[in-house]
Design a protein around this ligand. Structure first.
Ligand SMILES: NC(=O)c1ccc[n+]([C@@H]2O[C@H](COP(=O)([O-])OP(=O)(O)OC[C@H]3O[C@@H](n4cnc5c(N)ncnc54)[C@H](O)[C@@H]3O)[C@@H](O)[C@H]2O)c1
Length: 348
């Protein structure tokens, strides 16, 4: 039986209330720290297990801690005094990573169980968890002309092995911490996110960054052949990072969404072949495509049904892929040439 709780209104957030963000040496959480800083919050604690020199972004005025939050004692240290906690730390990567390293993905459950308990014990008002479209039933994603996934499609559950199941169980923690203990939790199921300050090489990168890098490499080496994982007909939607951080803020401050998983993704569906064509257009060069049918490809098709987010927030991620991809391409190109010139750059 589900216990219904009264939702008490929070006092307004003050600019010096402590915001804790984990995973902030990585892509999305680093951009989130910058977003909140730009909104005028001046007490932000950013945490990642990576050494500081590997973080993508160092946001001036943000406290950066290099700590492993799969350890309970560190989580208590990190959450002390927190008013809001955004937990985005996870051992993850693109398809090449999550298909090969399922144990690492599953072990992120340590991060999520310790972080939510520490946030609760610290008396945080709000706790945000970054879930994933990989939590959805894979049997609904076997056709490239996929029906977009709506929130109720996670159950009956048949999530992506490893990574997806970990997200589902961690979502469940969020739901029960609200129902049993009254911690306001918020759960967004991200669909592929891309943009500057993310992984673009090294094995954890996702398709948009990988395609941009392959094109930049091709231009650099004057060798215009490209390897594509699968037959290129797989479909996906890709959300630009600016939409992602705005969506996190909107979701985490909407009391109608407490303990309620919601899609945060673009609904612009494209095939991987189309993605490559878009990169070709940006670079002004054509590539000779070779298809590797033995490479990891993930589900055949996946898209975000945005009816719920539009209804509750009156908004959905809407940056066109062409626009976001051009910005991303330019950033990766800069990183590529900096690395080639011997400068230190974060890749993953
Ligand atoms: N990028 C996407 O397309 C996407 C899609 C769905 C869900 N997500 C989720 O969003 C969140 C952020 O993803 P991202 O793309 O920014 O990934 P990312 O790999 O760039 O960032 C994750 C960060 O977490 C850190 N981390 C891992 N284990 C840690 C630990 N034990 N202690 C402290 N830090 C630790 C990593 O060092 C990394 O910097 C993750 O929870 C991910 O599962 C991302």
């Amino acid at each position: 039986m589900e216990t219904r709780r009264l939702v008490e209104r929070d006092p307004p957030m003050k600019k010096d209330d402590l915001i804790v963000i984990t995973g902030a040496g990585g892509f999305i959480a680093g951009n989130l720290a910058r977003y909140f800083k730009q909104k005028g919050f001046n007490n932000i604690r950013a945490v990642d297990k990576k050494p500081l020199y590997e973080w993508y972004l160092h946001v001036p005025g943000v406290q950066n801690l290099s700590l492993d939050v799969s350890r309970e004692d560190n989580c208590h240290r990190v959450c002390e005094g927190a008013v809001e906690v955004y937990n985005l730390a996870a051992d993850m990567g693109g398809m090449g990573f999550i298909e090969r390293f399922r144990v690492e993905c599953l072990r992120s459950v340590l991060i999520n169980t310790h972080m939510i308990e520490a946030a609760y014990q610290a008396g945080a008002r709000r706790y945000f968890f970054s879930s994933s479209a990989c939590a959805y039933n894979t049997l609904l994603q076997q056709d490239p002309q996929v029906r977009a996934l709506k929130e109720s499609d996670a159950y009956p559950a048949m999530a992506e092995r490893g990574y997806g199941w970990e997200k589902l169980i961690s979502e469940m923690f969020c739901e029960e911490y609200w129902h049993e203990r009254g911690l306001k939790t918020f759960i967004a199921r991200f669909h592929n996110v891309y943009g500057p300050h993310g992984t673009w090489d090294g094995g954890r990168e996702k398709a948009p960054a990988a395609m941009c890098r392959k094109m930049i490499e091709a231009m650099d080496k004057n060798d215009f052949r490209i390897n594509i994982w699968g037959n290129g007909e797989q479909t996906r939607s890709f959300m630009f990072i600016d939409d992602c951080v705005k969506g996190i803020d909107l979701i985490a401050h909407c009391d109608d969404l407490i303990a309620t998983p919601i899609n945060l993704g673009s609904s612009e569906l494209v095939s991987i072949n189309t993605l490559v064509s878009k990169v070709e257009k940006i670079a002004g060069k054509k590539l000779k495509r070779r298809y590797d049918l033995n490479a990891p490809q993930g589900v055949a098709g996946r898209n975000s049904d945005n009816a719920f987010i539009k209804k509750v927030l009156g908004w959905e991620p809407d940056t066109p892929l062409d626009k976001g991809l051009a910005v991303t391409y330019q950033w990766i190109e800069e990183q590529y040439h900096n690395r080639k010139a011997g400068k230190r750059v974060g890749i993953g």
